[in-house]
Design a binder for this molecule. Structure first.
Ligand SMILES: [Zn+2]
Length: 494
């Protein structure tokens, strides 16, 4: 989504600033990146976070955000210093109670040097006191903090945290969250999970949200504004919290006609993916001018524009499917994005079939036929698209084709066992495409190397569509599914 080039020089400069004290020669700085080749300085090395506690105050009139982050972590090496990813202005850092020195480095690194070096496998408590105006901060020339007429929103991929809390910003380091934000009375705060409490004093109302299951940093969301909040429980027992900006204009009806079906769709998806993995579900529609949605954990972010043509339940299905494929089981590296988008897109095909708007096979045949062999679409490898094509249409549409190809190869029984077993196999953890292939081979008893290579890793149009060998001969002429138009532009969906 974001196009940029990370220069090796920037990383080298970051490393040079980290001098090792002579008295602690065995201790070294944590790496400024977690080791993802797509984004070399995203995340950090040397520690693993278990919990973020954010106690903040936000003034919509001025876009000023201030407060304290308390981060519980454990060191994974002997550390003389370590980095956090962050852009706001820091006034104090403490590590295990003692004041630490700190400096900024690179595009978004906050380098923290504790008073005494930290031994490997030590629990640490890091307190960062900060303030700033998020809309004025950029890294790589961009800013993903969205201001709205009555507040602001943090929801983007793969980076959104830098503008509102210091973190180890990579999906590999998942943690639980308490997000408590005070805003002027009459304004509301949304975040992930469940609302634990609200309280008001001195003209400010504080909202305290809790996500009690591990969550990737990019899936943490914050929305401040004036919302109409609806609550309920799905038939299957999942608590639902949805919210709509009071300023959605003509899109208000279609937004509600889509997002109010969250409970029904969570229950329906549970039939394919297994029990819903989190303690609440829902979505929110702020009055932003963006054009995408994001699977922010338990509380999906939707742009009003996505409801301009009417209700869009297919979009809601896509984002809710991510709660299993992306949020519960997160990718290990950003090149594994097919595990998120291929399956969320395939869930839309299952929904289309459920709605009588084209079967998954018809949709697969249609996508295959609609891109000629010389179409650039086939040059993007869904299994390793590169950072510039991470959200290319091919990752979604060819990605879903790959899922249909898998289904046809292993048969429905094994396929649906894989679909439902995978979220359980790696619950609340991380996995790669290689892990998925191994799992699918284990469940199906078939070698799938050639299939995965053909559909995910070759930059050419596969020779044959993902057809069922047994049924293709007697198949009727391909039908253009009625729903296709609304699914076609999936690259504005995350
Ligand atoms: Zn998606």
């Amino acid at each position: 989504m974001h196009r940029r080039i990370i220069t090796p020089g920037a990383l080298a400069a970051a490393s040079l600033m980290l001098a090792i004290p002579a008295s602690a020669a065995s201790y070294s700085p944590g790496a400024p990146g977690i080791g993802d080749p797509y984004y070399p300085d995203y995340g950090n090395g040397g520690y693993d976070v278990s919990h973020y506690d954010l106690r903040l105050q936000y003034q919509p009139a001025t876009d000023e955000l201030a407060g304290t982050a308390t981060i519980l972590a454990k060191t994974t090496q002997d550390l003389s210093s370590f980095d956090l990813d962050f852009l706001l202005d820091v006034s104090e850092v403490r590590v295990n109670g003692a004041k630490a020195s700190f400096a900024t480095s690179g595009q978004h690194e906050l380098v923290v040097t504790p008073k005494t070096p930290l031994a490997k496998d030590t629990p640490i408590t890091v307190v960062v006191r900060y303030s700033g105006v998020p809309s004025t901060k950029t890294a790589y020339g961009f800013n993903t903090w969205h201001r709205t007429p009555d507040g602001a929103v943090a929801a983007d991929e793969p980076e959104a945290a830098w503008w509102w809390f210091p973190s180890n910003d990579h999906p590999l380091d998942k943690a639980t969250y308490d997000v408590s934000v005070a805003v002027p009375d009459g304004t509301q705060v949304l975040s992930n999970g469940t609302l634990q409490s609200t309280s008001s004093k001195l003209g400010w109302t504080r909202y305290s949200w809790r996500e009690n299951k591990p969550q990737a940093t990019y899936l943490a969301t914050l929305a401040v504004g004036k919302f109409d909040i609806t609550t309920g429980t799905s038939e299957g027992g999942v608590p639902i919290v949805n919210a709509y900006s009071k300023d959605l204009g003509d899109n208000d009806g279609a937004a509600r006609a889509s997002v109010e079906r969250t409970g029904e769709l969570v229950d329906w998806l549970s039939g394919y993916f297994g029990p819903y993995p989190f303690s609440s579900a829902g979505g929110y529609v702020p009055n932003t001018t963006t054009g995408y949605a994001l699977e922010t954990q338990t509380r999906v972010y939707y742009s009003p524009k996505q409801f301009a043509k009417g209700a869009n339940t297919s979009l809601v299905v896509h984002e809710l499917a991510h709660q299993w494929y992306g949020d519960d089981v997160s990718l290990k590296g950003w090149k594994d994005i097919w595990l998120n988008e291929g399956f969320a897109s395939y869930a839309q095909w299952l929904w289309s079939e459920h709605e009588g708007e084209g079967t998954t096979q018809q949709l697969a045949d249609y996508v295959y036929a609609s891109h000629p062999a010389d179409d650039a679409f086939w040059k993007v490898k869904p299994g390793d698209p590169g950072p510039d094509n991470q959200f290319d249409a091919a990752v979604y549409d060819r990605g879903a084709l790959a899922v249909q190809a898998l289904r046809n190869e292993v048969g429905d029984d094994a396929f649906f066992a894989i679909l439902k077993g995978w979220p359980k196999e790696h619950a609340y953890g991380n996995a790669s495409i290689a892990d998925f292939q191994a799992y699918a081979e284990q469940v199906s008893g078939k070698s799938l190397s050639a299939l995965f290579d053909t559909w995910l890793y070759q930059p050419v149009k596969p020779a044959a569509p993902a057809a069922r060998a047994a049924s293709i001969a007697g198949a009727a002429a391909p039908v253009q599914p009625k729903s296709w138009k609304k699914i076609a532009a999936t690259n504005d969906v995350h």
